[in-house]
Design a protein around this ligand. Structure first.
Ligand SMILES: Cc1cc2nc3c(=O)[nH]c(=O)nc-3n(C[C@H](O)[C@H](O)[C@H](O)COP(=O)(O)O)c2cc1C
Length: 306
């Protein structure tokens, strides 16, 4: 069998197929619907200091080739997360990455500190600086290189575990933000979070989303995500995790060729929570057919014309 393992920072993952934040719950809800141990890692939904109800409905709508969501970081808050989820993760035979969000630098730091103090069985943290659906924090951090650097620097001092900055595509040049994260000590970056989008019902003449704008995800965003991953991988030394419209093996191969060390499956989980396990299975077959010994040999190998 081909070697599917990948290394991010000092952590070895058994394969490059991860689930994306907010699309796989805390992992515990779906453990009856798939074999989580097949996955390279799961990434939790964003955890904040206090529990959040999120935005009022309607907060999800299907669009051409994707969906728009405006969940607004609904989550149980860090204390309940520690009490209920961390014990369950002891039985997961896959790496767990905790996604963190906050409205201020202090809040991000507090959440990370609280989890880091009690948890011995998580691989690291993905820092959500790219949520387009909240009034404070979220994307406001990820559109500024200075704020990204300041936040990363503070978090870096708090933990030895992985720190992965999750970047927004809603910027002029994503590599500027990626470089700021790298220089401030991030182990990796994830790209991309959702794009700001809008959906209107032409019959009722109403917005389909309570907050008017939401985050567009799914296959519709894949070409944008590929370009972001390629730009980041071409200009950074740290690994890039590719996200955006991945539903099957061709997508995984394309993101890897563009430069992704690992990939995350998001919206596709809503159609089939078992999709990640199936893709890992298909990846083994793909490598066998193409006589690939180490899947990571494909990273960044796309041939471009200039
Ligand atoms: C319903 C929904 C909820 C999400 N919640 C989060 C979240 O809590 N934190 C986060 O960093 N990203 C969140 N995301 C963004 C995804 O992790 C991913 O970056 C994005 O959807 C693009 O990948 P996809 O096209 O495969 O869905 C969410 C996406 C969706 C569709």
């Amino acid at each position: 069998m081909a070697d599917l393992s990948v290394k991010i920072g000092s952590v070895d993952f058994k394969n490059p197929i991860f689930t994306a934040s907010g699309t796989f719950g805390y992992g515990t809800e779906v453990s009856d619907l798939t074999d989580i141990s097949a996955l390279g890692a799961i990434i939790t939904k964003s955890i904040t200091l206090h529990s959040r109800e999120g935005n009022p409905p309607p907060r999800i709508v299907e669009t051409t080739g994707g969906m728009i969501n405006s969940i607004g970081l609904a989550n149980i808050g860090v204390d309940q997360f520690i009490a209920e989820m961390l014990p369950a993760y002891k039985f997961f035979e896959t790496a767990v990455i905790v996604n963190i969000a906050g409205s201020t630098v202090e809040e991000y730091c507090q959440v990370l500190k609280i989890i880091d103090a009690v948890s011995s069985n998580i691989a690291g943290y993905e820092i959500n600086i790219s949520c387009p659906n909240v009034k404070e924090g979220g994307m406001a951090f990820g559109v500024s290189a200075d704020t990204t650097a300041r936040l990363t620097e503070r978090l870096r001092k708090l933990t030895e575990r992985l720190i992965i900055l999750k970047l927004s595509p809603n910027v002029t040049d994503i590599t500027v933000i990626g470089k700021a994260a790298q220089e401030a000590g991030a182990d990796a970056v994830s790209a991309i979070n959702t794009l700001v989008g809008m959906s209107i019902n032409h019959l009722s003449r109403e917005s389909n989303i309570f907050t008017t704008y939401g985050g567009l995800s799914g296959p519709a965003i894949k070409p944008i995500a590929l370009a972001c991953v390629h730009k980041l991988a071409s200009s950074l030394e740290i690994p890039v995790l590719g996200i955006g419209g991945i539903t099957a093996i061709p997508d995984v191969v394309e993101f890897t060729l563009a430069g992704a060390t690992a990939i995350q499956i998001g919206t596709a989980n809503f159609r089939d929570p078992d999709i990640g396990r199936k893709i890992v299975f298909d990846l083994v077959e793909y490598c066998k057919q193409d006589k690939i010994e180490s899947f990571d040999s494909l990273i960044g190998q796309v041939r471009v014309f200039q």
